[in-house]
Design a protein around this ligand. Structure first.
Ligand SMILES: [Zn+2]
Length: 183
């Protein structure tokens, strides 16, 4: 499953089949309910229009930071500060737990408001950077797709958001191009 920060960025969706169709999924209630189900969101109702705007603001911030990573340029200090402000509004509870032989510290959000959701998403991005995975962030090689992902394969060979989807689309396209040239 994609980390929360990647899922938020990818909510700015475009059709990988190249129809040119786009959708801002923050405005799609079904998508939003699934996304929030992965977070501490406590509301029974979906976020208001103003709260959805704040998700879009965070998405723009994460997009700028990801674009800096992809371009191998420094992340702007003002963007780091904005990320920190977002996380500061979302206090967490820590809980020591045991999983078999290993100890873990579980972090849970204290409340579950939109501030907490924003902090959780921002925190998932910060944790990715802190784990040193910034250079594993990639964009799906299907130019119509643009899906942002983390390549966690050992030899960093991942090219597609989903090999069965975009990998196949591109294979078919290459085949057709070859066919046109030779035929
Ligand atoms: Zn893709």
């Amino acid at each position: 499953m994609d980390p929360l920060w990647a899922e938020l960025i990818n909510s700015d969706w475009s059709d990988h089949l190249g129809s040119g169709r786009r959708e801002d999924r923050i405005g799609n209630d079904g998508w939003l309910a699934t996304f929030l189900g992965r977070t501490s969101w406590w509301g029974r109702a979906l976020p208001s229009a103003a709260e959805r705007e704040r998700l879009r603001t965070l998405r723009r911030l994460l997009r700028r930071m990801i674009d800096a990573l992809l371009a191998v340029t420094p992340i702007a200090e003002s963007d780091t500060a904005a990320l920190n402000r977002t996380m500061a509004k979302a206090p967490v509870k820590r809980r020591l737990a045991r999983e078999g032989e290993a100890w873990t510290v579980e972090l849970t959000m204290a409340r579950g408001t939109i501030d907490d959701v924003l902090g959780e998403v921002a925190g998932s991005f910060a944790a990715m950077l802190a784990r040193g995975e910034g250079d594993r962030v990639k964009v799906c090689e299907n130019p119509d797709c643009g899906w942002v992902m983390v390549d966690s394969s050992r030899n960093r060979s991942r090219r597609w958001c989903d090999a069965a989807e975009c990998g196949n689309v591109m294979k078919v396209r290459r085949y057709r191009q070859r066919h046109r040239r030779t035929g």
